[in-house]
Design a protein around this ligand. Structure first.
Ligand SMILES: Cc1cc2nc3c(=O)[nH]c(=O)nc-3n(C[C@H](O)[C@H](O)[C@H](O)COP(=O)(O)OP(=O)(O)OC[C@H]3O[C@@H](n4cnc5c(N)ncnc54)[C@H](O)[C@@H]3O)c2cc1C
Length: 288
């Protein structure tokens, strides 16, 4: 069941980082529970990843057990206005499933490349939409036990959820979303508009992990970095995108260290020039 010393770089959109001591990709709830119990019994740390589109895994890799919730754990159904999906489902597929059933709410997610588990953990959002407000309840596995939490217990805020605060790693396994009936043409139109905006503004031709930093109060990250003259700044194979300075892209051979150094450089320049603290939105995992 577990693969040892498993390379993780290719499981992330950035394509950098070292291996996992133990790696498993469950295809059922029972396997998720078993993976978590294995880590608990052995006293190993447990890390969950989805499609790796918001991750920077450090070059030394991740100690303990890494559980990837992805395609083998993807099932979705629609029941009235509810969309119930396991967390290995891609957001883009769920967005299209909602369209198919004439349900509105997930249009914002059509161009977000990750999965539902990562989206719930991050409270992913774009263009005024967010996953949090759509969530009715989630199923998760924590301490080897299956639990259900309603939205009122999930503390969703801007790129934040309760899952980020838990000391005992939760593995989100299923999410029930509440959507709103709408004409398919209107849903499709909105999805197409948002896709167009995304393609014209984001550096989708290069590997990235999405927006590098969270939006600080009263500022936009891209213009701030551009104003500081950092657009195009490069360390190794990591580069501040020349198309959208809020993204760091991989332009050639790169290590996680290149990205970490570029992030630290941007943070210190923006602090010195504007007194603004930039907090990474991307999740940095593992060790040097
Ligand atoms: C080009 C590009 C554009 C993007 N645009 C957007 C955007 O517009 N809006 C936005 O919000 N994000 C955006 N992202 C970031 C990313 O796609 C989303 O945050 C996505 O929801 C992450 O899902 P993932 O499956 O890739 O999660 P991962 O990157 O694998 O993981 C992200 C975090 O979630 C945790 N996690 C993942 N799955 C689970 C689970 N099942 N249970 C518990 N924890 C879990 C991980 O531990 C990690 O901390 C973009 C990324 C790229 C590369």
């Amino acid at each position: 069941m577990f693969l040892k010393n498993y390379p993780l770089a290719n499981l992330t959109s950035l394509g950098v980082g070292g291996p996992a001591d133990f790696f498993v990709q469950p295809s059922s709830l029972e396997e998720v529970v078993r993976a978590q119990r294995f880590a608990l019994e052995k006293g190993y740390p447990l890390t969950v990843i989805g499609y790796g589109t918001n991750l920077l895994i450090k070059d030394g890799g991740i100690r303990g057990v890494v559980v990837q919730i992805a395609a083998p754990f993807a099932k979705a159904k629609v029941d009235g206005t509810a969309l119930i999906a396991t967390t290995g489902c891609l957001l883009s597929s769920l967005s299209k499933l909602a369209l198919h059933h004439g349900l509105s709410g997930l249009e914002f997610a059509v161009g977000i490349p990750g999965g539902l588990g990562g989206a719930a953990f991050m409270n992913a959002g774009a263009y005024g939409g967010e996953i949090g407000p759509l969530v009715r309840s989630v199923q998760l596995v924590q301490d080897g036990v299956v639990k259900n939490w309603p939205r009122s217990e999930l503390s969703f805020a801007y790129r934040h959820s309760r899952f980020q605060q838990e000391t005992s790693t939760p593995i989100v396994t299923e999410v029930e979303l509440e959507l709103v009936p709408q004409k398919r043409e209107a849903i499709l139109q909105k999805m197409n508009d948002l896709q167009h905006q995304r393609r014209s503004k984001q550096p989708l031709e290069y590997p990235s992990a999405g927006s590098t930093f969270k939006r600080p109060p009263d500022h936009y990250v891209g213009p701030l970095i551009e104003k500081a003259g950092l657009k195009g700044l490069r360390i190794g194979g990591a580069e501040v995108s020349t198309k959208h300075a809020g993204f760091i892209v991989k332009t050639g051979e790169a290590t996680a260290r290149d990205f970490l150094e570029l992030i630290a450089t941007i943070q210190s320049v923006i602090w010195e020039k504007f007194g603004v603290r930039l907090e990474p939105e991307i999740r940095i995992l593992g060790e040097d």
